[in-house]
Design a protein around this ligand. Structure first.
Ligand SMILES: [Zn+2]
Length: 309
């Protein structure tokens, strides 16, 4: 079966001030890496924008309206010290939601084995009603709710291997009984949440903090001991990945020491679990990853495994 790749130049229209690490070049590096013959068999699609209402799957109406009204017609508008909107931000946000929901639809119906969405801005730091950490709408949370609403799924798992804690996703699903949220992340590090004792109202939050300097061997052992057993035990009907690649050793915003191959390994393991519990249904959404070489080689390793389905 084929894998779906959704990306779009609209995601490069969201800009932040010069020197900001979350920059359009990230997607250009990914596009270059996936333009080689090895990836010719990918099913490729551009993004179709979702209606703004899609954001209300994960955020209150008023918050969604405030974000939409905050977009500047020129220049930047800062929502926090390192999170700002540009004229291209709303089109990118709508396209990111549309792409994520399209990926869920395509995988849920079995038209493709799995999907990867290379979009910006990232989403996992966006809480119910707070934009932060380069994020405005929580795309992976919206995708999870869409899978439930549009495809009648109940049990979803979200695995977040971005090096930063997915505080926004945790916030949105804190009270949920059916969505398992697993986050591994360097700790202490931005945003400061993600301790093991943060487990959610019904024990569906599973945080796996990692120490600075964690290498691939320790990462793999930790995932085998703490992440994969919990993921499989949940018996999700679909697995969503908040796929940040900033745990790569080259990343300037964090201090883990993963190699691209470690992301390939994790992808393969998630696929084995998905094959056993949900017919292989995986939708992976780009989050962070700020070193262009670390990002593009890691995405390559991730996509290479996904294509083996
Ligand atoms: Zn990150």
């Amino acid at each position: 079966m084929t894998s779906l790749l959704i990306t779009d130049s609209v995601f490069q229209g969201h800009t932040m001030p010069a020197g900001h690490p979350e920059r359009p070049e990230r997607l250009r590096a990914i596009e270059r890496a996936l333009a080689v013959p090895e990836f010719a068999a990918l099913q490729r699609e551009a993004a179709t924008p979702a209606p703004l209402d899609a954001a209300t799957l994960a955020h209150p109406d008023e918050y969604v309206r405030i974000i939409a009204a905050s977009a500047p017609s020129e220049g930047f508008r800062f929502l926090d010290a390192d999170t700002s909107m540009s004229p291209g931000t709303m089109p990118a946000l709508l396209a990111a939601m549309g792409a994520a929901c399209r990926a869920v639809d395509t995988v849920a119906t079995g038209a493709v084995a799995n999907a990867f969405v290379a979009s910006r801005p990232p989403g996992h730091h966006a809480e119910k009603a707070t934009p932060m950490g380069f994020c405005f709408f929580n795309t992976v949370a919206i995708a999870a709710r869409h899978a439930q609403k549009a495809h009648g799924m109940t049990r979803i798992a979200i695995l977040d291997w971005d090096v930063h804690h997915g505080n926004g996703t945790q916030d949105i699903f804190w009270d949920d009984r059916d969505i398992l949220f697993i986050s591994s992340h360097e700790m202490p590090l931005y945003p400061g949440t993600g301790a093991e004792n943060e487990t959610g109202r019904h024990g569906m939050i599973h945080n796996v903090p990692l120490l600075a300097g964690t290498d691939g061997a320790t990462f793999r052992a930790t995932y085998d001991a703490k992440v994969f057993p919990r993921l499989e035990a949940h018996k999700p009907e679909m697995i969503l990945i908040s796929a940040g690649f900033d745990a790569h050793r080259r990343d300037p915003l964090a201090n883990l020491r993963l190699e691209a191959e470690d992301f390939g390994w994790a992808t393969q393991r998630v696929m084995e679990i998905a094959d056993r519990v949900c017919g292989g249904k995986i939708v992976s959404l780009l989050e962070g990853g700020y070193d262009l070489e670390g990002l593009s080689t890691s995405v390559t390793a991730h996509m290479r495994e996904l294509m083996k389905a």
